[in-house]
Design a protein around this ligand. Structure first.
Ligand SMILES: NC(=O)c1ccc[n+]([C@@H]2O[C@H](COP(=O)([O-])OP(=O)(O)OC[C@H]3O[C@@H](n4cnc5c(N)ncnc54)[C@H](OP(=O)(O)O)[C@@H]3O)[C@@H](O)[C@H]2O)c1
Length: 257
């Protein structure tokens, strides 16, 4: 408890991790999925994935593109972003993959993107808030906010809020067509959320003598989920699994607008 991590939660977390996460968890969970949906056609559907030049975000963007969806990749670095966009376009043959240079930790960058995107009058069927970081030493965003918090909570929820009309437009459009598919917001959190309680009295971890990047990550990821619950999705517990579920089963099934 001394370092802020729960000693009771650590063994529970280890058990959950071995059973439900990683390759083993993925293989186990995938056995229950309806694979007939693997080829779902996402033509005409609009997806935004933050932090999509690497890791989970890259794979999610690629899978969405493979299924013919329109994909907007939000990446903070133009060079890395364009390399990833080009790779996805080449590999999937989908030319409707677009790069937007956006630093999710920057309020101005997020606002600028949302403003220009909303001017295009596009709906958004799915927003994947994937961008996230875990740093060892304290870093602050351009706005002076602790960086882990700035990405996972600040920019993420600012972006979601600013895009809500486009998400609602997608949901309304889908109900008109009788497809009954809601717009979806996926927030990629972490099992680290089980290890520490969110500390709303010290969101930027300035009250502790030393900055602890891992503890801050766990707290922020937990706060991310608490925020989602506030959006009305209490069944939400692991965005990684939701993302896999989304990609490998129904196309659009979980989440909330
Ligand atoms: N991998 C895991 O085991 C694991 C477990 C639990 C949860 N997660 C969560 O899953 C998400 C993705 O993780 P990952 O493992 O795929 O990490 P990753 O390989 O490090 O990829 C993170 C992506 O986010 C981008 N990013 C970081 N800060 C950003 C910002 N301010 N604005 C825009 N993009 C930003 C990175 O861009 P750059 O290339 O420019 O840095 C990169 O594209 C994160 O939210 C993470 O917390 C991962």
């Amino acid at each position: 408890m001394g370092n802020g991590l729960s000693v009771i939660a650590i063994p529970q977390w280890y058990r959950e991790w071995t059973l439900k996460y990683g390759k083993r968890g993925f293989i186990a969970a995938s056995k229950t999925w309806d694979r007939t949906q693997d080829a779902a056609d996402l033509s005409g559907r609009v997806h935004i994935v933050t932090g999509s030049n690497a890791g989970i975000g890259f794979e999610a963007a690629k899978e969405l593109a493979r299924r013919k969806g329109i994909v907007h990749m939000l990446c903070r670095n133009a060079e890395r972003g364009e390399a990833a966009r080009a790779e996805i376009a080449k590999e999937t043959g989908n030319q409707q993959v677009f790069l937007h240079v956006v630093d999710v930790a920057s309020i101005k960058s997020v606002r600028d993107f949302a403003q220009s995107f909303m001017k295009t009058n596009q709906k958004v069927d799915m927003l994947v808030n994937n961008a996230g970081i875990l740093v060892t030493d304290r870093e602050n965003s351009v706005d002076g906010i602790e960086s882990c918090l700035a990405v996972a909570l600040g920019g993420t929820y600012l972006l979601t809020g600013l895009l809500l009309p486009a998400l609602e437009a997608a949901a309304a459009g889908n109900s008109h067509t009788g497809r009954g598919i809601p717009a979806v917001v996926v927030n990629v959190t972490s099992a680290g959320m089980y290890l520490a309680k969110a500390d709303v009295s010290d969101l930027q971890m300035t009250k502790r003598k030393d900055y602890d990047g891992f503890l801050q990550y766990c707290r922020v990821k937990r706060a991310q989920v608490l925020h989602i619950c506030a959006y009305g999705s209490p069944e939400y517990w692991s965005a990684q699994m939701l993302l896999h579920t989304y990609i490998h089963t129904h196309g659009h099934t979980h989440g909330n607008t």
